[in-house]
Design a protein around this ligand. Structure first.
Ligand SMILES: Cc1cc2nc3c(=O)[nH]c(=O)nc-3n(C[C@H](O)[C@H](O)[C@H](O)COP(=O)(O)O)c2cc1C
Length: 334
């Protein structure tokens, strides 16, 4: 996307939905720096760095990413199966941020997954993608092939001795497939019913093996944390948790869309400064902060801080951070 500051908007800075970067072009623009540094670190050091960065999962629940990885059993051998899964189901109504990342810079996601796989010593990764994302699927498949040819996937990645490969799996469709245990069941070729926890996927996930499931936006943050360090990452945000967030609005705004802003930006800034405010003749009546699975908040919360705790205190959740606006002339009932 043009006009973005890579220092402040690292996730979208290299997004190009016309022609995404190939591995060499990505390299020239600063890509792969995080991976190169990570491969010189121990897996435990990476997990500590990601934990200290205070990256919380961007798929909706907001769990600490580093802590999630730390639950995976540490033993590693070629026979010990572990999996990394990117959740790109994105069937949450009003949510369209992961689509932009996979269509516009699939290598950022792939780099994030390789680093994550190294951190938990997984040798197999799967990107689970919403079935309707045909362009995203094409772009991801092409990027995986290019990354493999360039030595970033496959055996002995960049001469490190670490082996890891990736497959892209389009969803057959159903909202529940985005729930991580249902997603795992779907990947096993069965009806996508959620499973009871425990065991959590980090202990007993895909085919019973330790599995980390993270959202596509979550993985896309990882290269930047490793390339630039924890202090830099914490400095991106406007709250206690780290990083930027892909926020967005849909509904009767003048310019609906996705915007990369400091985590902890207010809805007022997102709606009025980025999305141009409400369309003429419409007033904000209420909004869902981040998808249909979050609860409505009234217009009195129009300037709410969109971090993790504040929407919860108000009786809702941040969810995916892409707000659906309800205006004063549209019936929420139908
Ligand atoms: C009904 C339901 C649907 C979900 N859909 C998605 C989804 O489309 N994408 C996603 O990343 N997480 C989704 N989640 C959350 C996942 O279960 C899981 O928490 C998430 O993928 C973990 O990644 P994160 O820690 O990086 O956020 C859904 C959860 C539920 C209960």
């Amino acid at each position: 996307m043009t006009g973005l500051n890579p220092e402040k908007q690292p996730l979208l800075a290299l997004v190009n939905r016309e022609t995404p970067l190939d591995p060499a072009g990505y390299d020239k623009k600063g890509g792969w720096r995080g991976l190169r540094r990570a491969l010189g670190m121990s897996p435990a050091e990476i997990i500590t760095e990601v934990t200290d960065s205070k990256l919380r999962g961007r798929g909706g629940a907001g769990f600490s990413t580093g802590m999630k990885w730390s639950f995976v059993p540490k033993e590693s051998s070629k026979d010990r199966l572990k999996y990394i899964v990117a959740n790109g189901d994105e069937m949450e109504p009003g949510t369209f941020k992961d689509r932009i990342l996979v269509e516009g810079n699939p290598l950022q996601l792939i780099e994030g997954m390789i680093i994550s796989a190294y951190a938990i010593q997984a040798r197999h990764g799967i990107i689970f993608l919403r079935g309707e994302y045909h362009l995203g699927l094409e772009r991801l498949q092409q990027a995986v092939i290019q990354a493999r040819e360039a030595g970033f996937l496959g055996e002995n990645i960049l001469g490190s001795g670490f082996d890891f490969d990736l497959h892209v799996h389009p969803s057959a469709g159903r909202y529940i497939c985005g729930e991580e245990t249902a997603l795992i069941t779907a990947l096993e070729g069965r009806r996508a019913n959620p499973r009871a926890k425990p065991p959590f996927p980090q202990i007993g996930g895909l085919w019973g093996a330790p599995t980390v499931v993270n959202n596509i936006e979550t993985f896309s943050n990882i290269p930047h944390i490793l390339a630039n360090g924890t202090e830099w990452y914490l400095g991106l945000s406007a709250c206690v948790d780290g990083g930027t967030k892909l926020y967005g609005v849909s509904g009767r705004a003048k310019r609906p869309g996705v915007f990369e802003l400091p985590l902890g930006t207010s809805l007022g800034v997102i709606l009025n400064e980025c999305a141009g405010g409400m369309q003429d003749g419409y007033k904000l009546r209420a909004f869902l902060p981040g998808g249909a699975s979050t609860a409505f908040l009234g217009a009195e919360h129009a300037d709410i801080i969109m971090d993790y705790p504040t929407p919860e205190k108000a009786g809702s959740r941040l969810g995916t951070g892409l707000a659906i606006l309800l205006d004063d002339k549209t019936s929420p009932i139908g």
